[in-house]
Ligand binder design. Sequence first.
Ligand code: LMR
Length: 318
Amino acid sequence: MVTATAEEPILIKFSHVVAVDTPKGKAAEKFRDLAALYTHNRVRVEVYPNSQLYKDKEELEALQMGAVQMLAPSLAKFGPLGAKEFEAFDLPFVFSDYAALHKVTQGPVGRALLKGLEAAEITGLAYWDNGFKEMSANKPLRNPEDFQGLKMRIQSSKVLDAQMRAMGAMPQTMAFSEVYQALQTGVVDGTENPPSNFYTQKMHEVQKYLTLSHHGYLGYAVVVNKAFWDGLPADVRQQLNLAMTEATLFANQIAQQENEQALAAIQASGKTEILSLTPEQRRAWQKKMRVVHDQMAERIGKELLLSLYQATGFDAGP
Ligand code: LMR
């Protein structure tokens, strides 16, 4: 049981890997402020952005050990915990827009996935949006052939690994905090992320081209250490749930705009040339990446895949 006194608030350390000025960074601060307000300062949330405390892999271990209480890892990073189903969110072209995505994250499929985290002693509280990923390199990426032999940084998801291989590239899993330097020094040739991450990590300064492919989605699950959460006084948990509901609305309201602004800032910097795909080029990407759905069906679970297709309206035809 976690006890609270007037002098000693309950401390929630919230660690994450992105900049403050991103959808996740801003939503974490919103939660911090609302948690103080609704609990009348019985809870203090300390937000540690930018991999200050832990990098991707370590932060999940730290959560399980109780060294931090709250995280919001990207949905592509739950595989190492045994929650491989979350990699369904990485499937190429499965969400046509935020509305299709929300049918999953705000519906029964999303809820069931969060519930599944309990096996890893983790409680899933909410989904926070970031946005749709674009693809960068030092050469223009217009056709699948352009990927041939490129080393592309990915998050630790087997679906993303398969996606890059389907395009003829060589995927390299790497912690987010190391990407800028890897791009700068040529350890990798390119990468994928929504504009907000490109811009706030200055990746656009070390990549000559950014293709607006929107080929996949990147978002987050906000998670807490289950023992910690279950041990909170019931009224405090209820107040924190309220703070989380509001922070989630906020996160999902700002995500699209944050990405649009980041893209405009990248464009204004003049450091990266922004490329659009013709409908034909886009179809070629879709066709190449389609194989990933079949390759990963077993790993993700066929039943989940069908529910996902049903919710999003993805055309799973041959
Ligand atoms: C990445 O590693 O590229 C992203 O998951 C970072 C993040 O948390 O948005």
